[in-house]
Design a protein around this ligand. Structure first.
Ligand code: ZN
Length: 236
């Protein structure tokens, strides 16, 4: 049976790498994004541009890339208290988690994605969660997502697979994966069009992309890129 995928696509580096991974692997790929009252609308804007660039620059993938769905999850901002939806400085809480943590966010995202996938006849859900470089978010862990796959498959009485291609990769390896999937053109697309910065900064373009360079997301992206450049430089 041909597998048809739905990629959780935020417009960030990780979900763009996952989208390329899915386009390389599945004949039909759709995307889903969530509007949950993010502090910065830039994420929702760049995802449209990133999809357009993928379509323009990769004709073979364009044939596989189907509909994009944006779901209003503003309810998340109403029921949780987090630095992603409020204008407060990013800090670490007593429990060791950063205040960018939105409790249960990925569980909610996957449940919504599964409901949409059911309607659209898609049987693989793809997400960019990662345990290697992760910020300690418990809903990004491999076991959480395996349990979610089982719960959704049982609850919808359909076989759903959750794929997380970045789960065990470092950020440097994510850059390498992007390069392997789409070469320099895809790497450039990720640098110029995806957005990772928690502070929504898009003024200056660095070699690793746009961002403030200070927030945890920028630092991860920056150091991963530096590591990847170092590793790929030919030894002299
Ligand atoms: Zn930043």
């Amino acid at each position: 049976m041909t597998q048809r995928a739905l990629v959780l696509f935020s417009g960030g580096q990780d979900s763009t790498a996952c989208l390329a991974w899915a386009l390389d692997r599945y004949e039909h790929v759709e995307t889903i994004g969530f509007d949950y009252g993010q502090r910065h609308r830039v994420e929702l804007n760049v995802r449209i541009e990133t999809l357009a660039q993928l379509r323009n620059q990769f004709p073979a993938w364009a044939q596989r890339l189907g509909d994009d769905h944006v779901i209003d999850l503003s309810v998340l901002g109403q029921i949780s208290d987090t630095a992603l939806t409020r204008d407060v400085a990013i800090a670490y809480e007593k429990n060791g988690l950063p205040n960018t943590f939105v409790p249960g966010r990925n569980l909610l995202f996957f449940t919504c994605a599964a409901t949409l996938a059911y309607r659209r006849g898609l049987d693989v859900l793809v997400g960019g969660m990662c345990e290697t470089d992760f910020s300690g978010y418990p809903d990004c862990r491999d076991n959480t997502l395996k349990a979610t796959q089982v719960a959704l498959s049982l609850g919808l009485d359909t076989k759903l697979t959750i794929e997380t291609p970045l789960m065990w990769l470092t950020k440097a390896q994510t850059w390498a994966m992007t390069d392997a999937l789409g070469g320099a053109a895809l790497t450039r697309l990720v640098v110029e069009h995806t957005h990772t910065c928690y502070n929504g900064v898009r003024e200056a373009l660095h070699d690793w992309g746009y961002g403030c360079g200070e927030c945890p997301a920028c630092r991860l992206r920056q150091s991963g890129h530096a590591q990847w450049v170092k590793e790929t430089a030919s030894p002299s």
